[in-house]
Design a protein around this ligand. Structure first.
Ligand code: GUN
Ligand code: ZN
Length: 448
């Protein structure tokens, strides 16, 4: 078995810096060696300590002026919306009608789905993201295209077919039964195949009848460790609509809870307009929220109260989501830049260590995958990104003024984006190399 060896500065987390002292949560090796065999990390520590254990003849790839991190985790993103990212002028409900639905309708064509999935997955890797919770469209072929592409790069992905049986154009509607059957077939085909996980995906309460939400709840019982993703309390008009559509439910979260959709591996996008009682329910049930700052600012949806959600008395699992196409970047560094500003506008300070935890181990925890991804540690899967501290002329100028690792990380998230990612590794294989200008899979080098 061949050994891959990476040398460079590295950071990772052993615990949650929202709950414990950030200094105790961080692991920082200024000159680390990471050994990888068969897709997993077998050793991680100071180069000086581990160099002896290097098998003879092992080639060591050294990254200078860089920080090696666990790959980023994006807990909420729509791959079919990549062709309409940056669409002007509307807020959520009008934006869906005007821009999203027409673009999603094109995924009836499997060739179109394959083309967009290929671009999307490569853009994720270019951004250093190695795991994402991904919405496909109502068409099963959109899911097929996405998992096929993910399997090609051996990335660990969570994805599913959107369920939508009302309040959408006819070409984008299924029925409760059809949605159930198509999802069940995709579960049988993809869930647990290699590194792929299936996610039952009712778009949001307004586009599913009660019968469809119940069918989604039933689907979750058909296999082990299925995921569920949907949207909640993103926009005030959406919240009022849900109240009118479900008068018998006590609140928005209860619409989903009543259908059996809330628990471990449930990922709720946004949650801007949730109440304290809802945070308590998320904590008690183990459901996660996806904080999507670039999207929330772009659509004018509001300010997510991250520090309320993370209240140590009843912490909610929170991950970071790009929510492209409402989000304006697939880079989690760009998301962190905006998350910092959203926190400022709510009177709180989001530190660099909290930020990088959110983008890595926090996201993995939100997805209940923190036993295998999100950290650099022995036995963890070798999903990594290499962040260039001097990626742009301004960063090259700014970095020498940093006085600490925290300063450097904060500059990375403030000035950085995909340009910062020098290389990305999935299951121990380099799948993206910025300086060679290529994506790599199955021995092939595809130019970027
Ligand atoms: N709510 C329901 N569908 C969507 C979507 O596609 N994007 C966002 N941001 N919110 C939604
Ligand atoms: Zn979304």
């Amino acid at each position: 078995m061949s050994v891959t060896a990476l040398r460079g500065a590295a950071i990772t987390f052993r615990d949650d810096p929202f709950q414990a002292s950030p200094g105790d949560c961080l692991v920082h090796e200024p000159d680390a060696l990471i050994l990888i065999e068969d897709g997993r990390i077998t050793a991680f520590g100071p180069y000086a300590d581990l160099r002896e254990s290097l098998p003879e003849g092992t080639l060591v790839t050294e990254y200078k002026d860089a920080i090696i991190s666990a790959g980023f985790v994006d807990t909420h993103v729509h791959y079919p919306q990549l062709p309409m990212i940056g669409a002007y002028g509307e807020q959520l409900l009008e934006w869906l009608e005007k821009y999203v639905f027409p673009v999603e309708a094109k995924f009836a064509d499997p060739e179109h789905a394959a083309q967009v999935a290929a671009v999307f997955l490569r853009e994720l890797l270019r951004a250093g993201t190695t795991t994402a919770a991904v919405y496909c469209t109502v068409h099963p072929q959109s899911v097929e295209a996405f998992f096929t592409e993910s399997a090609r790069f051996d990335t660990r992905m969570v994805a599913g077919k959107v369920l939508m049986d009302r309040h959408a154009p006819e070409v984008l509607r299924d029925t409760a039964q059809q949605g159930y059957d198509e999802s069940a077939a995709l579960i049988a085909r993809w869930h647990g195949r290699g590194r792929q996980h299936y996610c039952v995906t009712p778009r949001f309460a307004p586009t599913s009848t009660e019968a469809q939400l119940e069918a989604a709840g039933a689907l979750l019982k058909t296999a082990h460790n299925l995921f569920m993703q949907t949207h909640i309390a993103e926009n005030r008009a959406e919240c009022a609509w849900v109240e009118a559509l479900f008068p018998e439910r006590s609140n928005y979260l209860d619409v989903y809870a009543h259908a059996g959709l809330i628990g471990h591996r449930s990922v709720l996008g946004h949650g801007i307009h949730l109440a304290e009682q809802d945070f308590c329910t998320c904590h008690a049930t183990g459901a996660a929220l996806a904080h999507c700052p670039t999207s929330n600012l772009f659509l004018g949806s509001g300010l997510f109260r991250l520090f309320d959600a993370m209240d140590p008395r009843r912490p909610v699992r929170v991950g970071l989501g790009t929510d492209v196409g409402a989000g304006t970047s697939l880079s989690q560094l760009a998301s962190l830049n905006e998350a910092y500003k959203v926190a400022q506008l709510t009177g709180r300070r989001l530190s660099a260590l909290q930020s990088f935890w959110l983008a890595t181990l926090g996201g993995a925890r939100a997805l209940y995958l923190d036993d295998r991804i999100g950290r650099i540690a022995p036995d963890y899967e070798a999903d990594l990104c290499v962040l260039d501290l001097k990626a742009t002329p301004l960063m090259r100028f700014r970095m020498p003024f940093c006085e600490s690792l925290e300063d450097q990380l904060f500059v990375l998230m403030t000035l950085g984006d995909d340009r910062v990612v020098r290389a990305t590794y999935a299951a121990g294989h380099k799948v993206y190399d910025r300086d060679q200008g290529c994506f790599i899979y199955a021995g092939r080098h595809d130019p970027c």
